[in-house]
Design a protein around this ligand. Structure first.
Ligand code: SAM
Ligand code: SF4
Ligand code: SF4
Length: 334
């Protein structure tokens, strides 16, 4: 096991497998920046499945146990089930999940992903109101299409599907209670995410953050909640359960109650850059290393060095250090 400069082990690797997306969420890939003229990555710039598999196998030796496939929209990458089965068969990986907007999920695709070895999914859904949802995704995708995607996961036998809602003041805070009511008792864990200052294209302002406390109080006043213990050390969501047995919710408070102290996550972009923080300005070029003829032992040493030099704690120092260039969410993955 290796630790970084602040004593943190590495347990999670999030892998963005494409920078493309069929949505243009206004806070992530606004059309003004990601419009028709935008140059997405070419196929040969992306890490191949074999390169991703080798990277994961080596990171598993350094302590990684959880892999999350993300993007962009990961369902857009051709032959995704092949990648899933490659990763699922790696020794040491005991949690393989994916984050998706669910708009491209059908019962057949869900079944294929499950058969390939995908363990669980997080689905992003920011509102149950069609007009609000369309004004966020900006491509006319209806709420029912995402809900059908969630149904497809249920029918394929996926358990513990989580639904993630990013809450942005002035955009969708009126959807907090309808979302809580809808997923109450459904077996799906709804998680509210404080709107974060990822990247530079969304022109984030602190005044747009609905705090974790505000979210919790809003729900608690109608549907009483009590606190739950974390499932494991370093869990990002603070857990709450409905007092009357309607299930649990999570609230991720990266802005108002940062959790850098336990952060055990690294992120690999679609071009193979390794980032040791969601808010990093640059990453380490793993693709370059993979495409040299380095042995596994040499690569392992290089990966370990990157982690051991890490001292990131952006969310704990937010606002206290001068503005820096930050990588975009669609590039690094959520
Ligand atoms: N396209 C997939 C999806 O939307 O689920 C996967 C990639 S997306 C970048 C991953 C997650 O990041 C989504 O749940 C999205 O809502 C979240 N996200 C994007 N920008 C964000 C921001 N500024 N603050 C908080 N969450 C954000
Ligand atoms: Fe696409 Fe996900 Fe970003 Fe929305 S949040 S634009 S679905 S990558
Ligand atoms: Fe981890 Fe960086 Fe987020 Fe802190 S700000 S929790 S170090 S990803």
């Amino acid at each position: 096991m290796i630790v970084d400069k602040l004593g943190r082990e590495i347990h999670d690797l999030r892998i963005s497998i494409t920078d493309r997306c069929n949505f243009r969420c206004v806070y992530c890939m606004p059309k003004e920046k990601f419009g028709r003229g935008y140059k997405f990555l070419a196929r040969n710039q992306l890490l191949s499945f074999e390169e991703i598999e080798r990277t994961v196998r080596l990171f598993a030796k350094l302590g990684v146990r959880k892999i999350r496939i993300t993007g962009g929209e990961p369902m857009l990458r051709a032959d995704l089930p092949d990648l899933v089965s490659l990763i699922a068969s790696i020794d040491g990986i005991d949690d393989l999940s994916m984050t998706t907007n669910a708009s491209l999920l059908t019962p057949e695709k869900a079944k294929t992903l499950r058969n390939a070895g995908l363990g669980r999914l997080n689905v992003s859904l920011d509102s149950l109101n069609d007009a609000d949802f369309v004004s966020i995704n900006d491509v006319g995708c209806s709420v029912s299409r995402v809900l059908s995607g969630i149904d497809a996961l249920d029918s394929a036998g996926f358990k513990n599907t989580k639904v993630n809602m990013v809450v942005r003041k002035g955009t969708n805070e009126s959807s907090i209670l309808p979302m809580a009511r809808h997923f109450y008792g459904s077996g799906h864990i709804l998680r509210f995410i404080e709107y974060m200052d990822v990247g530079t294209t969304n022109e984030w302002k602190i005044s747009e953050v609905v705090t974790a406390t505000e979210i919790k109080e809003m729900i608690h006043s109608e549907m009483p909640l009590e606190s739950l213990q974390p499932n494991y050390m370093g869990e990002v969501a603070r857990r709450w359960k409905y007092v009357d047995g309607g299930g649990e919710i999570g609230i991720i408070s990266s802005v108002t109650q940062p959790f850098c102290g336990n952060c055990s996550r690294a992120r690999l972009s679609a071009v193979g850059k390794l980032y040791t923080c969601l808010f990093a300005s640059d990453g380490f070029d793993i693709r370059e290393l993979l495409r040299q003829s380095m042995s596994d032992a040499e690569l392992l040493e290089a990966f370990a060095k990157i982690w051991m030099a890490r001292d990131d704690r952006y969310s704990e120092t937010r606002g206290k250090v001068p503005n820096q260039q930050k990588v975009e969410m669609s590039h690094i993955g959520g």
